[in-house]
Each structure stands twice: as C-alpha cells, then as structure tokens.
Design a protein around this ligand. Sequence first.
Ligand code: ADP
Ligand code: MG
Length: 237
Amino acid sequence: ICFKNVSFHYQKQDKYLEVISDLNFKIKKGERIGIVGKSGSGKSTIANLIMSIFEPNSGEILVNNKNLYSDDNKEILYEWRKLISHVPQDPYLLDKSIAENIAFGIPLDQIDLNKVKIAAKQAYISDFIETLPKKYFTKVGDNGLRVSGGQKQRIAIARAIFKNSKFILFDEATSALDNSTEENILSIIYGLNKEVTVVLLAHRLSTLRECSRIIEINGYSDFQISETQEFFKKIKK
Ligand code: ADP
Ligand code: MG
C-alpha cells in the first residue's frame, strides 16, 4: 500500500484543520510496520485512511499500484475492503456464539466449523473455547461467560484469520492488557503467516521491536520513517 502526498482534514464548522499533510510512505506486502506518535498526532486517522473509512482530501492511496479511488474502477476499493481486517483496542463481540463471532457475518448453520477451529487455534484461543460448556456454540454473555480483554482480542484475531485477511491493522491492540497477556498477543501477531501484511499502531514502543520499520508521527506534517534498529538507537539518546 502506498500513500502519495496524502492530506486529510476533519470537517469543522468554520475552518479546516489538516490532520495529515502531504504524507508519503510505502508498506510492502508481508511487512510488519509500526506507527507511533503521541495521542492526538494522527495515528487513528491514518488507520482510517488505510482501512478506507476516510477518503483523502488530496493525494492518492494505491494498493498494488492501483488507486483505491479510481473513477474507472470502483471494484478496487471493494476488493481491498474484502482483504483487510482491523483489530481495535477493545474488539466488539456480538451477543451470539463464539463460532458466529469468529465466522463474522455467516449464519450459524452455514459456518464451516473446521475452519473456525483452525482460526481459533492459530489465534491461541482454542484451548479456552474447548473448556466452555458448549464449546464453539457457547454464547458470549451467556451464563455469565466473561471474556477478558485478551480473549476478546484473540477472538478478533481469529476472525481476521478466518476471513483470510491479507492485511491486518492493530490499533493499539495490546495497550489495555497486562504484560504477560500482551506478550502472548504480540507473539501471535508476529507469528502470523508471512503473506499477511501487519500494521501496528502503538504508544508503547516495546511492542514494535519485531517490526521492520517504524513510521513516527510528530503531528501535522512531521513524519519520519526509520528502520526499527535505527529508531530504537535514536530514542535511546
Ligand atoms: P491518535 O490516534 O494519534 O491519538 P487521531 O488520529 O485520533 O490521533 O487524531 C488526530 C487529530 O485529529 C487530533 O487533533 C484530534 O483531535 C483530531 N480528530 C480526531 N477525530 C476527529 C473528528 N472526528 N473530528 C475532528 N477532529 C478529530
Ligand atoms: Mg488513536
């Protein structure tokens, strides 16, 4: 995915304030890349631009060299949306079975349970599910079934794996977790199939050590992209 001179502003009542100004970067297929910056610097805005929730006001976003917002080919945008998944800080679970939460959007009687189990295993949530009274058919919120933050994130990761996403964006996905749960989630993220491109938004820098590159935002139009090792050398000083 490639950002070319991308600018974006939220529409305010009487003035325009550019949150993202003339941003350029490229993320290669299969890359793990981190985006860091203070709260309010624009990380979630960039995430929403990548996820095509927001459209840039100027500039282009290209996927495999094709403009997402081409007037001639609207399919590109829909294809991109089918390929991507978002794992937010506090994933939303439906008040339905675990299986329906993983095979999101598929009616229960049409779900390929084997495929759900494979995704759950890869997201290291299958052991937990197997301990539940109705296993994959246990309803979230049923009989006082309490799902912790880390378990919700694993279910969201299983959902992304089930969808066969080629691009997964984690928005500060581990910041609400305790250290050992965070370590577990990080090893799942970094262990994902190398075909999958991963973007991690973070304010805790330690979570980015296995990324290949880091995009640092200091607000407005101040962006820097560095190799991870260089980034950590620089912030040590
Ligand atoms: P981060 O995720 O790095 O904390 P955001 O991308 O959420 O930053 O926000 C970047 C800037 O855009 C902030 O100044 C924020 O106040 C502003 N902003 C975010 N969302 C909106 C919105 N819906 N309307 C107006 N301004 C917004
Ligand atoms: Mg944010």
